[in-house]
Design a protein around this ligand. Structure first.
Ligand SMILES: [Cu+2]
Length: 363
């Protein structure tokens, strides 16, 4: 494998463990676990009064997360003492911290089994009550193809989810196209009116999703020189070309954001903005042909698969018995330490800490 040179200098690039991936194996007392590892590529920037931490996280399932953390000193204005206004919060006598929005725009240039991809969205709708749906609990999903470049929005009421697909590559199990689903949190779009410079310059800020046909040098959704521009040089403008983007080379800009209503409780020490963390998930769909966990290796020695115990052997009753015997052995030091770490990390989480299957004398 060749080393890959990142096109920029990350602040930190590391491997991390976020959760464990359970596999329920029939006949075993507890399920088998694999550690779900991911690589984190972190960068940070200071923008005037703010610090942002921006991190890509790539996991073993070919999925990725983009995490933005923000904190900073609020930009404050003077205010007459004793005055209360609805567009900010007094954080010190005579000092007003104004409410403000942070809107992020992530450029995704997809190449899912080649450049010829398509953008669709899924919605879930209730099934009419009928003999087929006698209890009125049924619902179905419906897929809509996006044919032209433009700005598009989420709809939490229908669970609208955007997906990047390659229609030429199908999963052999269900015939569905391989895809990546974009799970972006909904946010309040830019509040500034459409004649303001804020609106004209932040061309990305009025839609959850912008999709445009790929063109070289169209990298920045706010235009190359956002703050010096009068607008008209960013993604809203490119989308207005109404190019066809079906089974073509296109780029998606995903927007998400925070509305910082500066509460006094956040600023108790001084005009410090509350720490915020916001995440965008991009999850694979119909890419794998077998149970995903079968392709994960046990990266730590916590499962019956360690020390060469074959996972496939647990498919029969003899193998399950052997695995159970491993389970019942006394924990080794390393597994005991892992166990206690898991208890700390996952005490509020969904997964049960894995039990030691290592036996005396270490793994
Ligand atoms: Cu803020």
């Amino acid at each position: 494998m060749e080393a890959y040179q990142l096109p920029y200098r990350p602040r930190c690039c590391r491997a991390a463990t976020r959760a464990c991936a359970p596999e329920h194996v029939s006949g075993l007392v507890t399920p088998d676990y694999s550690i779900f590892d991911h690589v984190v590529d972190t960068n940070s920037i200071t923008v005037a009064n703010y610090e942002y931490i921006l991190a890509f996280m790539f996991n073993q399932a070919g999925e990725w997360t983009y995490e933005v953390r923000a904190t900073g000193i609020l930009s404050t204005q003077p205010i007459d003492e004793g005055l209360d206004v609805p567009w900010g919060t007094v954080v010190h006598p005579g000092v007003l911290a104004t409410h403000h929005q942070h809107i992020f725009s992530l450029r995704v240039d997809p190449m899912l089994d080649g450049h010829n991809n398509r953008l669709v969205y899924d919605e879930a709708h209730p099934m009419p009550r009928s003999d087929f749906n006698p209890h009125g609990t049924g619902y179905f999903t419906q897929e809509t193809l996006i044919e032209k470049s433009g700005g598009y929005d989420l709809d939490p009421d229908t669970n609208r989810t955007f997906k990047i697909q390659n229609a030429a590559v199908r999963n052999p199990v269900n015939g569905k196209p391989v895809a990546y689903k974009i799970h972006a949190p909904p946010f309040q779009k830019i509040i500034s009116d459409t004649d303001s410079f804020n609106y004209k310059r932040a061309e990305f800020s009025d839609h959850n999703i912008y999709a445009v046909k790929y063109r070289e040098d169209e990298l920045y959704s706010g235009g190359k020189y956002t703050n010096q521009s009068r607008g008209g040089t960013g993604v809203r403008n490119w989308a207005d070309r109404k190019d066809l983007i079906v089974d073509d080379d296109f780029v998606v800009f995903v927007q998400f954001g925070i509305n910082h209503v500066s509460l006094h409780t956040h600023n108790i020490t001084y005009a410090m903005c509350s720490r915020k963390k916001i995440k965008l998930l991009v999850l694979q769909e119909h890419i794998f042909t077998s149970q995903l966990l079968l392709i994960l290796s046990c990266s730590l020695n916590i499962g019956p698969t360690h020390r060469g115990f074959p996972r496939d052997a647990m498919r029969n009753s003899q193998g399950q018995l052997q695995a159970r015997q491993l389970l019942l052995q006394e924990p080794c030091h390393r597994c005991a330490a892992e166990h206690s770490r898991f208890q700390q990390e996952h005490s509020a989480g969904w997964c049960t800490p894995p039990e030691c299957r290592g036996g005396k004398g270490g793994c």
